[in-house]
Design a protein around this ligand. Structure first.
Ligand code: ATR
Length: 267
């Protein structure tokens, strides 16, 4: 039995062990997957211990994705773009890192929600780790992206990385008045506190998708989007399942069918 785990702090609420167990059943893979809480000051030793004990790989979640990035012996392109790692593979004593969050988001939006991204105008709310992790994939999918953040500097730092590569603007929330978008993604942590970023009315174009990267509850952002007439409103559960499927493929070489797993989690 090949062993895998997800490392975070806190981790007890994680749905990843269930998701990977369902994937393993579906694809007939002989593997285990557990949730492990690393001390806030003990991420690197925890990872090295797992590697030395013969684990094959692991997922990394909040707040360790940047530390994981720094710890890797080798990085995939997606991890380099995001400057963060959510999937580790242990191979010949080495720690290899990639990031499947962005691909998971795109897959959920395009395949599960049926929303076509090419040429659309997107607004990304937030400029923390969650936002940084999905910015390049959105951009590569052919979107123009505005980044809005309470603290403008942080949005400017992100936008700066795209200078010369395409259309990315940093904006304050006041700046959003009168602007309209096809896709609005909430990558802030506001939902955790049941708060709503200070959004103006009339933000959604006809047919627009409002996407909250949080899952497990109806956030104030989702309620706002419904009231404001967004055509599609989604939480981030599909992204969670899709990023897990991408990680599973990295480890096992097969991509599970995500639809039945997502359906099971929704009931
Ligand atoms: P994460 O890794 O989840 O992105 P983070 O790096 O702490 O966490 O970033 C949290 C993001 O949510 C930030 O962009 C933060 O805005 P500031 O940079 O201005 O602090 C944003 N955020 C948190 N609560 C918010 C709220 N109530 N309204 C708007 N933005 C909020």
């Amino acid at each position: 039995t090949d062993r895998y785990a997800v490392i975070g702090n806190p981790i007890s609420h994680s749905k990843s062990p269930l998701i990977h167990r369902l994937f393993a059943e579906q694809t007939g893979q002989d593997m285990s997957y557990e949730a492990i809480e690393a001390p806030l000051d003990g991420f690197a030793p925890t990872i090295r211990r797992l590697r030395d004990e013969g684990y094959k790989g692991c997922n990394v979640t909040v707040p360790f994705k940047f530390e994981a990035y720094a710890l890797c012996d080798q990085l995939g392109a997606r991890a380099r773009d995001a400057k963060a790692v959510n999937t580790l593979l242990f191979q010949d004593g080495k720690i290899l890192g990639t990031n499947t969050d962005g691909a998971g988001l795109l897959s959920d939006i395009e395949n599960n929600l049926g929303f076509k991204l090419m040429w659309k105008d997107a607004l990304l709310l937030g400029a923390g780790g969650a936002a940084a992790g999905v910015l390049w994939p959105l951009f590569n999918a052919g979107l123009g992206v505005d980044i809005a953040n309470r603290t403008l500097d942080k949005a400017q730092v992100l936008a700066e990385q795209f200078k010369g590569a395409g259309t990315v603007h940093a904006r304050t929330y006041e700046d959003l008045a009168g602007r309209k978008y096809d896709l609005v993604i909430n990558a802030t942590s506001s939902g955790l506190k049941d708060e709503l970023p200070p959004l103006p009315e009339g933000l959604f174009k006809p047919g627009a998708l409002a996407y909250d990267m949080m899952y497990g509850r109806e956030t104030p952002f989702m309620a706002f989007a419904r009231k404001q007439g967004a055509a599609l409103v989604s939480d981030g559960l599909g992204m969670l399942v899709e990023q897990a499927a991408e990680a599973f493929q990295v480890w096992r070489g097969v991509r599970p069918d995500t639809r039945p797993v997502l359906e099971k989690l929704r009931t």
